[in-house]
Design a protein around this ligand. Structure first.
Ligand code: NAI
Length: 466
């Protein structure tokens, strides 16, 4: 007889949310975690600690501009990296406890150790206190991802670092070179640039923030970051590291020309890879794709009966909230319900200042799909609240279907857009039109009124722009 209805391997936002949902639905659940704390990459070394550091450095940055607001002595302020790190660790520890509290109170049994697939219906757990075999009706693999290492410049934790070390440096590097202008590169590049590091971001593509963003939106974000002192070297493919007078230098190639960027620290943020090592995937016959991700069907089922997978370890955007949605839907399916994830409405956010956010299709993607679109844009310079809060950098862009007016996508650059994008998600989830947004009452004065104005601009009826 099975001890459990479901054993979840991995306690990141995908795994622990699935465990809670399954327990809510009456299943007997175990959650296996190899690390000492729950929460996975997102909580321990990803989303949460980086947000704590972004907040601390934003406070520093804003305080230094205090003179304009009548604050005296702002120019004499100093900061303490160790105290910022301690605050970050406190935030993480509080949430670690929160996740443990929520899961255990729901009746989920937490099993510490490295989980691997055993015989069908079994998960073997190797923990500090010995081995344990869990008999279960269903298994959910939510083992997440880890930073990709460039083969010619391995992580050494000192000069060549991953995001894991990039959120825990003991001091501000004089020069930091960031490889990759995705979310990690931009967020951690911002943290260290605000603290005074000379940051250069080297990116293979010709625009930043990744392919989800339209060039005009990415350009607006890039301009804002450049004003903050971050340098961008686009269209440059990294080739290696060499010793230089200043220590080391990153080498890159742009159209056959060799480029060199001296650095004290090189943060490599070129994407993440699925975690399947130690899982016993090969022995169990689990099917992986060409990029090492677990292959699933439309219902999160792997090729092995009773074995499911979700989150970063399967295809799709590597985002905590995507993993959470999949966790809920998968738990519902296992409990005999009909879980579903709407992959057309998964927001993406880069938590810099200004923040960069998007949901749905970009103008470029919609056009590439042969759709006829109407676009409305609103520059934050025209928004009262933005002017009153020193937040006029950025724009909102609404992409709507030219025939039906249905909102296909929204892109945003501006302070607080990580929160504003939620309104766009809700409208899109209900299949709303640009006119629906335009006719919704937004509080005044808020920066979010710019979203309404951009929706009005789709039909050339914006009130606060020409
Ligand atoms: P990413 O895939 O978002 O960006 C990596 C960038 O590196 C790409 O623009 C790529 O063109 C560039 N690149 C790759 N190889 C290169 C080379 N040899 N030379 C120069 N440039 C090169 O990856 P990132 O930022 O490491 O993030 C990993 C994952 O974690 C992503 O899926 C991301 O969405 C997710 N994440 C999301 C966050 C958020 O939502 N705020 C925060 C942190 C991570």
């Amino acid at each position: 007889m099975s001890q459990f209805d479901l054993v979840v391997i991995g306690s990141g936002p995908g795994g622990y949310v699935a465990a809670i949902k399954a327990a809510q639905l009456g299943l007997k659940v175990a959650l296996v975690e190899k690390d000492p704390t729950l929460g996975g990459t997102c909580l321990n070394v990803g989303c949460i600690p980086s947000k704590a550091l972004l907040h601390s450095t934003e406070v520093w940055h804003l305080a230094r501009e205090g003179k304009k607001h009548g604050l005296q002595g702002a120019e004499k302020l100093t900061f303490d990296v160790a105290a910022m790190m301690a605050n970050k660790d406190k935030v993480v520890a509080q949430l670690n406890k929160g996740v443990e509290f929520l899961t255990t109170k729901r009746g989920v049994e937490i099993v510490r150790g490295l989980g691997r697939l055993g015989k069908p219906g079994q998960v073997l757990v190797r923990g500090a206190s010995g081995d344990r075999t869990l008999d279960t009706k269903n298994i959910l693999i939510a083992t997440g991802s880890s930073p990709i290492e460039l083969p010619f410049m391995k992580f050494d934790g000192e000069t060549v670092i991953s995001s894991d070390q990039g959120i825990a440096l003991p001091s501000v590097p004089e020069r930091m070179v960031v490889v990759g202008a995705g979310a990690i590169g931009l967020e951690l590049g911002s943290v260290w640039a605000r603290l005074g590091s000379q940051v250069t971001v080297v990116e293979m593509l010709t625009s930043i923030c990744g392919p989800a963003y339209d060039p005009d939106v990415a350009k607006a974000a890039q301009g804002a970051f450049e004003k903050q002192g971050i340098k961008f070297e686009l269209g440059a493919k990294v080739t290696g590291v060499k010793k230089s007078a200043a220590g080391v230098a990153l080498t890159a190639d742009r159209d056959g020309k060799v480029l060199e960027f001296p650095a004290n620290r090189i943060l490599v943020a070129v994407g993440r890879k699925a975690n399947t090592t130690g899982l016993g995937a090969v022995e169990a016959g689990l099917k992986l794709d060409e990029r090492g991700r677990i292959v699933i069907d439309g219902h999160f089922k792997t090729n092995l009966p009773g074995v499911y997978a979700i989150g970063d370890v399967v295809a799709g955007p590597m985002l905590a909230h995507k993993a959470e949605e999949e966790g809920v839907a998968c738990a519902e399916n296992i409990a005999g319900k009909h879980g579903h994830v709407n992959y057309a409405v998964i927001p993406g956010v880069v938590y810099t200042d200004p923040e960069v956010a998007c949901v749905g299709m970009s103008e470029t993607e919609a056009k590439a799909k042969g759709l006829e679109v109407k676009v409305g844009k609103f520059q934050l310079q025209g928004n009262g609240r933005a002017i009153a809060s020193d937040a006029t950098t950025g724009l909102i862009k609404v992409i709507a279907d030219a025939k039906t007016d249905k909102v296909l996508g929204v892109q945003m650059v501006g302070r607080g857009t990580s929160e504003m994008i939620a309104a766009a998600c809700a409208h899109m989830e209900y299949g709303g039109s640009a006119e629906d947004v335009a006719r919704t009452c937004f509080a005044h004065p808020t920066i979010s009124e710019s979203f309404k104005e951009a929706a009005m601009a789709v039909s050339k009826s914006s009130i606060h722009s020409l």
